[in-house]
Design a protein around this ligand. Structure first.
Ligand SMILES: C[S@@+](CC[C@H](N)C(=O)[O-])C[C@H]1O[C@@H](n2cnc3c(N)ncnc32)[C@H](O)[C@@H]1O
Length: 353
């Protein structure tokens, strides 16, 4: 066309990156509801109304996982109506002081139309995942039976490989919402309950259907902190025996963390899924969506084997705390070192052992 520049998907997508990225600041976390409930007498927090209110708080936060089954709070063990009103229920990340905004300028995206074809040689996202896969192919992590398709999900959306980061299509890609490379961002598909256990506080339990291996359960949501702030909070948390900190230090980062997630003041069902098992059925996998900074993946939780109806969902703490911290905490008799009640046949007997 004479005199008019041609607007393509790529130029539109590039232009959008000039806008400031959308993200939430930890200092803006709302806490009015929690403050109001905590100001009420204990009899309220132990009532059925507290259960209903807690379930409603969860429901309201589930706008970003449309179609996800509702979550029930079940307590057949104590008289608490709900878990402690210490945190804001959210599936999002809230950025703490000193944590930079998401890097969208350097984010790679695809210009595919409709659903991305995993076999495509031109899809930018398939290319990016393939590039990253090369090192795993070279070191034999990917079995020789691998069919060469770069996306880590199969055609049912189940994760195939747990040892490497996922790169999903993002807000700047041309493909549709039902693209096979958009699983985490579509949210949870299986019914789960938050249930009081006898010895481990609250936990996450499967609903009535078997969850197949490789199913997405949730993002380990909460405050995204610098590791310095996380270390400062960790000393305190260890003293009173509950920590929800998770350092982002995957092997391809040289096992050194710059950032950490704290799910104490903000989080979702996955904070309770943080119960340890010596024979876990879930795994945390780094996943990049609207972020080019490799130090800031989302921590996403997937089932690593089939989970039976009503079975507890859990993962292993072993490896999630460094040895020096463990040694010192044990010496100081920190409350965070507890007897393990996972009940598995190969139980080591102690948490963070
Ligand atoms: C991050 S919290 C997990 C959620 C916790 N159950 C709650 O109610 O908030 C971690 C704490 O849960 C308890 N816990 C988790 N797994 C356990 C296990 N296998 N045996 C005993 N206690 C456990 C310990 O008190 C641990 O410090």
């Amino acid at each position: 066309m004479d005199g008019y520049p041609v607007v393509t998907w790529n130029s539109y997508s590039q232009a959008q990156r000039l806008l400031p990225p959308k993200y939430r600041l930890a200092k803006d976390l709302p806490h009015e509801l929690q403050d109001r409930v905590n100001a009420l007498p204990q009899s309220y927090r132990h009532s059925h109304q507290a259960t209903v209110l807690f379930e409603a708080m969860i429901d309201e936060a589930m706008d970003d996982e449309l179609g996800a089954p509702p979550i029930s709070i079940i307590n057949e063990v104590t008289d608490e109506g709900a878990p402690p009103w210490e945190f804001v229920y959210t599936n999002q990340m809230w950025y703490g002081e000193g944590v930079p905004a998401p890097d969208i300028k350097n984010l790679k995206s695809c210009g595919c139309v409709g659903r991305c074809d995993p076999k495509s040689k031109t899809c930018g996202c398939a290319k990016r995942q393939r590039q990253h896969l090369k090192r795993y192919i070279a070191n034999g992590t990917i079995p020789s039976t691998w069919n060469g398709v770069p996306f880590l999900y199969d055609n049912k959306g189940s994760l195939q490989f747990f040892e490497m980061p996922i790169f999903e299509c993002n807000d700047f890609c041309g493909c549709d919402e039902d693209c096979p490379n958009r699983v985490v961002q579509r949210g949870r598909r299986y019914a789960i309950n938050i249930k009081r256990t006898e010895f481990k506080g609250w936990g996450v339990f499967n609903g009535p259907k078997r969850i197949p291996a490789g199913s997405f359960i949730g993002i380990y949501a909460g405050e995204l902190l610098t590791v310095e702030e996380s270390d400062r909070r960790g000393v305190l948390y260890n003293k009173f025996g509950r920590t929800y900190l998770f350092d982002i230090d995957f092997h391809y980062m040289g096992a050194v963390a710059t950032y950490s997630v704290d799910a104490y003041h903000a989080g979702n069902l996955t904070s309770f899924l943080q119960n340890h098992s010596c024979d876990p059925n879930c795994e945390i996998v780094p996943c990049y969506i609207n972020e080019a900074n490799m130090e800031k993946p989302l921590l996403t939780i997937f089932t690593k084997r089939d989970v039976e109806p009503s079975e507890e969902l859990s993962f292993s703490y072993i490896g999630s705390i460094d040895k020096d911290t463990a040694k010192n905490a044990k010496k100081n008799k920190d409350a965070v070192y507890a007897e393990c009640h996972c009940g598995s046949a190969n139980c080591l007997g102690v948490l963070f052992s």
